[in-house]
Write a protein that binds this ligand. Sequence first.
Ligand code: FMN
Length: 212
Amino acid sequence: MDSFSSNDRLSTETSMQPPRRRRRIIVAFTGATGSILGIKTLLALRRLNIETHLVISKWAEATIKYETDYTIPNIRALADHVYNINDMSAPIASGSFRVDGMVVVPCSVKTLASINSGICDDLISRAADVVLKERRKLVLAVRETPLSVIHLQNMLSVSQAGAIIFPPVPAFYVKPSSVDDLVDHSVGRMLDLFDLDTGDFDRWEGWKKPGR
Ligand SMILES: Cc1cc2nc3c(=O)[nH]c(=O)nc-3n(C[C@H](O)[C@H](O)[C@H](O)COP(=O)(O)O)c2cc1C
């Protein structure tokens, strides 16, 4: 007779499982305007105890310096792991390194095109390519206006490959009193896509009576 009951077998199988790791998200900054969106994304993920893997492109560094008071070391310090844009030996360049998803925020149309072409000529487009092939979530906060047919075709094509296009379009129904409010709303809605609630913005609950 089998000396193990089915419950014993179940608990043995369960104990063989490795301990659950923290959720991991790759955050990539590119040289589109709106670097504060990426910074606030990193801050929110840190607060939510998500393990972050950060890559910053050369032109993202330039826009961060121009648009914000943050230094690059300040921003690097917000992430758990930081990689050089040219380091193709980084863990996130391989599908065997498990991640839960990736967000490119802000995403330039150059990086959009690069991801769509599958060229993988830097760590951001390589990591995005890996996330798509491994069927993980890829969110691209593409920022450009107006949009040419080339941009629109690239967005359609990466969407068909599984990416989510999330242009950081402001929502005025939140009645923002500052740019910060608009940024918090965009970052909050973007992280909703990963089932993460920043708690940093008011959700729509129907019309409110005037004066309330
Ligand atoms: C101040 C500034 C703002 C820019 N804004 C945008 C933008 O909103 N969208 C975009 O696609 N490119 C923008 N660019 C151009 C990109 O930085 C450029 O195409 C760069 O090669 C992108 O490379 P990367 O995707 O590797 O960061 C901007 C450049 C500068 C200097």
